[in-house]
Design a protein around this ligand. Structure first.
Ligand code: ADP
Ligand code: GN1
Ligand code: MG
Length: 367
């Protein structure tokens, strides 16, 4: 993706319904996909913050459809939050339209930009600081799924086709190994073998769906801990963000992706693998919060498959990082050479750790 100059950022900011003087636009957050900036506007004596984001056009090919999803989902959530007596300004994303009333601004070269109100006095974590925090994020994602349980799923566009189709991810991984465009396959033979040995696991959820054992629901599909904002004062997880991949999916995938990231005792790119384990205390804390947020809406079979959701989402993510490493780091943002390989190794270590702790995870979800 192209870099962007300061001048261009101010120009782009000027396209939106932000009337005061723009004081600053600075890079913000640690997402792997979009280019995110924090924008400060001065309105009289007051300062107001926004999130300005350039959507990743390599990944999100159809920004009209993507933004249509976001407009629909955020307005649906807003109504539900109001009905529940919540504060829609803090509990859901809110899109600021362009001066011409569009949901996003299209640059001549095809790049797409959007603006959200900045949800102030919140914090997002790249690592769980306590089981209590992680429990609250579980509640927030469970509640998110619950609130969307009567959203008309057929009206959502598939923003990334086959996003959590693990069999398709495995095929793409195998092709990347065969093509080996960067000549890196030799160096990562143990990692390739680890993934290849688990090919059968990749079929698990596809088979469940084919046998109608679990339903498709409207899910978030990217439930990592830094995609939820916590209120600085109350510590509550108040707002689920990063809605680019809200699509029909499996409840166990939303549960599992959150465990992959948030129940890990180390950062996603930790080099010292001795530090990387899947904490059962965090797993249980998240499970309790998620179940509470879902308010009994999951079937018995769905609950049983939650540990598998954790393992498959972690394996799939490891496979995606490794694919990207083999392809020359073209998908996920990287900040140093080899970061995707470090990320791969933490994910595979977590998969192994989950396999070792399988009985404990099963006991927790069957309690
Ligand atoms: P990506 O798809 O690249 O992960 P996100 O939409 O998750 O992008 O945004 C990146 C980060 O920016 C988030 O992890 C969060 O810290 C911050 N962020 C995003 N939207 C908001 C918002 N409306 N208010 C406050 N912070 C936000
Ligand atoms: C990306 O956008 P972000 O940083 O929240 C990715 C997820 C991965 C995650 C790994 C659209 O999430 O699928 O699980 O990185 N999002 C997309 O950290 O590919
Ligand atoms: Mg994100």
């Amino acid at each position: 993706m192209n870099t962007v100059s300061k001048k261009n950022l101010y120009e782009v900011a000027g396209k939106f319904q932000i009337d005061g003087e723009i004081l600053s636009v600075e890079p913000y957050g640690s997402g792997h996909i979009n280019d995110t900036f924090r924008l400060i506007e001065k309105q009289g004596e007051e300062e107001k913050a926004y999130i300005l984001q350039r959507m990743n056009g390599e990944i999100f090919k159809n920004r009209d459809e993507l933004m249509e999803n976001i407009m629909r989902v955020t307005s649906f959530l807003k109504e539900k939050i109001v009905a529940q007596g919540g504060d829609p300004d803090r509990e859901t994303l809110q899109v600021i339209p362009t001066r011409t009333g569009e949901s996003y601004y299209k640059e001549e070269d095809g790049e797409g930009w959007r603006v959200y109100t900045f949800i102030v006095d919140t914090i997002s974590y790249d690592l769980a600081e306590s089981a209590a925090d992680f429990n609250r994020s579980g509640y927030a994602f469970g509640n998110f799924q619950y609130l969307l349980s009567d959203f008309p799923a057929e009206e959502l566009h598939e923003t990334i086709v086959n996003f959590h189709n693990t069999v398709d991810r495995f095929d793409k991984f195998k092709k990347a190994v065969e093509a080996d465009v960067m000549g890196r396959a030799k160096e990562v033979e143990p990692e390739i073998r680890f993934v290849m040995d688990r090919e059968q696991d990749c079929h698990f959820f596809g088979n469940l769906l084919a046998n109608k054992e679990v339903p498709l629901r409207v899910t978030h599909n990217d439930t990592k801990l830094n995609n939820v904002l916590f209120d600085r004062e109350t510590g509550k997880a108040i707002c689920v963000i990063d809605l680019d991949t809200v699509m029909p999916g499996f409840a166990a995938h939303d549960f599992g992706d959150a465990i992959r990231f948030g129940a890990s005792t180390a950062a996603e790119d930790e080099k010292d693998l001795d530090k990387v384990t899947c904490s059962m205390e965090l797993f249980e804390a998240y499970f309790d919060g998620f179940m509470e947020g879902c308010r009994g809406s999951l079937t018995k079979r769905e609950v049983e498959t939650l540990p598998m959701g954790a393992k498959i989402m972690t394996l799939e993510c490891g496979m995606r990082f490794l694919t990207d490493y083999l392809e020359g780091d073209v998908y996920f943002k990287t900040h140093y050479e080899g970061q995707n390989l470090d990320r791969t190794r933490t994910q595979l270590k977590l998969v192994k750790d989950m396999e070792d702790k399988w009985e404990t995870m099963k006991t927790i979800v069957n309690k």
